[in-house]
Write a protein of this length. Structure first.
Length: 460
């Protein structure tokens, strides 16, 4: 590449530039003018672009302000329309209420009955109604909602549905009904089909196979020497899983047992630890009343029970008399607890000093909660007599001091019984609080214990 040779000759009005073989004469004045023109054009272009940007920003601000003003105007108009609509709706509702009071009362009663019968399963908050049926998979089990779809189902028929455990065979326990969407777990699954004769035969066959699965699992538990009590075996309808329910006092490492069972059944195996109340619910039995257990026949969920309920009903606090087959406080203590609690609010306690409407006063000897009557010991003409009054005819003068008029022997017996009852109640609270929720973690190896052993060995 040739190098450019440049030579400049300064003159008043021109200069000469030599580029190789080319010689160019340049007018200096014109070049300076041209340079000034180029600079001025660039500055003018920059100013014009800046003015355009400023104008665009101002126009956008004006448009935004106009849009905000329009939105505010629309919101004000909508608010006025809503207020007018609300006023008209209130007027219409008042008119309709006056004209159709009986129909409205009947509808409210029917809705209250439906809401009382439905089991609340929380989901999204909505007042919309969905068409569902209630399906139960075991005796006295929980009721789950499904969409009947195009199938015409009736109470007591069997259906095939899809659940989290797979395809299941269930029983319809209620006619199709409309419930609020807030009571339905989303997404709502549809019924696959109404059970056919073939499905019924498969279900019967699964129940027979469960007996054999129970026997095999029991043998494997004995072979592995595990401290656990097998309660029940259950096949899913599509045989995709076998569930084994068991009880145990503490942690159980059943990993080898699961591998052994999987090699025998060639399907998924699930071992689930349950509590003593769940065990009684599955096995069933008879209570001290002579009737089948409530939890096995109709009660779908366990309810928390406390010693206070037995005290409110004036029952014996002997643990053997108020405990059920499962060894926990009887669930039926809850049946009348609310009624007794309401009735006891106005009644005095035994030992309280009261005065009747006839002016006689004395200590309360006994109360009849259901009749709302009180029997007091009064003194008449230097003789003591028992008088019975209705609770509305009495005035409480002084409350009995807690623990007064009691012997040490009575207090010792009550203390022993109280300790046993407190133990039962604490176990009750643990189970109702979901203590068994972490059973899966309990059955894992105690890594913390192993880690501490290793640290102690390293320290030594």
């Amino acid at each position: 590449m040739d190098t450019i040779k440049y030579t400049e000759i300064k003159q008043e009005s021109s200069r000469i530039e030599i580029h190789g073989d080319n010689v160019e004469v340049i007018d200096v004045a014109q070049a300076e003018v041209r340079k000034i023109e180029i600079v001025a054009a660039a500055q003018a272009k920059a100013i014009a672009m800046k003015e355009e940007e400023t104008a665009a920003a101002e126009s956008s601000e004006e448009e935004t302000a106009a849009a905000e003003e329009a939105a505010e105007a629309e919101e004000a108009a909508e608010a006025e329309e809503a207020a007018e609509a609300e006023e008209s709706a209130v007027a219409e509702e008042s008119a309709e209420e006056k004209s159709t009071e009986e129909d409205t009362a009947a509808e409210e009663n029917s809705e209250a009955e439906e809401e009382a019968e439905d089991s609340p399963i929380p989901a999204v908050d909505s007042d919309e109604k969905v068409h569902v049926i209630g399906v139960r998979f075991r005796t006295a089990g929980k009721i789950y909602f499904f969409d009947p779809g195009e199938w015409e189902v009736r109470h007591g028929c069997h259906v095939i549905v899809e659940t989290a455990r797979g395809i299941e065979y269930g029983t319809v326990v209620g006619l199709p009904m409309d419930v609020k969407a807030s009571k339905v777990t989303q997404p709502l699954k549809e019924v696959i089909r109404i059970a056919t004769l073939e499905d019924n035969e498969i279900e019967r066959s699964n129940r027979e196979r469960e007996k054999e699965a129970y026997r095999i699992c029991q043998e494997k538990i004995l072979a592995h020497g595990l401290d656990m009590k097998l309660i029940n075996a259950e096949y899913t309808f599509d045989n995709s899983k076998v569930l084994f329910y068991f009880t145990a006092d503490g942690r159980v490492d059943f990993r080898d047992l699961v591998k052994d069972l999987a090699s025998v059944f060639r399907t998924r195996i699930e071992l689930r630890q349950i509590g003593v109340r769940d065990e009684t619910k599955i096995l069933g039995g008879y209570g001290i009343c002579g009737r089948p257990l409530c939890c096995h026949t109709w009660m779908s969920d366990f309810i928390p029970v406390s010693i206070k309920m037995a005290k409110e009903q004036n029952l014996s606090l002997n643990p053997g008399k108020i405990s059920g087959v499962c060894g926990r406080l009887m669930c039926c203590l809850k049946n009348e607890a609310d009624t007794y609690e309401e009735l006891n609010r106005t009644l005095p306690k035994v030992g309280d000093e009261v005065q009747g409407n006839d002016g006689l006063s004395g200590q309360v000897e006994s109360v009849n909660v259901l009749r709302q009557t009180v029997r007091i010991l009064v003194e008449v003409d230097d003789e003591k007599e028992f008088h019975e009054y209705h609770v509305n005819d009495l005035t409480i003068l002084r409350r009995r001091r807690r623990g007064g008029n009691r012997t040490r022997k009575d207090n010792a017996m009550d203390s022993k019984e109280a300790q046993e009852l407190e133990k039962l109640e604490s176990q009750e609270r643990q189970e109702s609080r979901g203590d068994n929720k972490n059973r899966g973690n309990k059955n894992r190896p105690n890594r913390n214990k192993n880690r501490r052993k290793q640290e102690n060995n390293n320290a030594q």
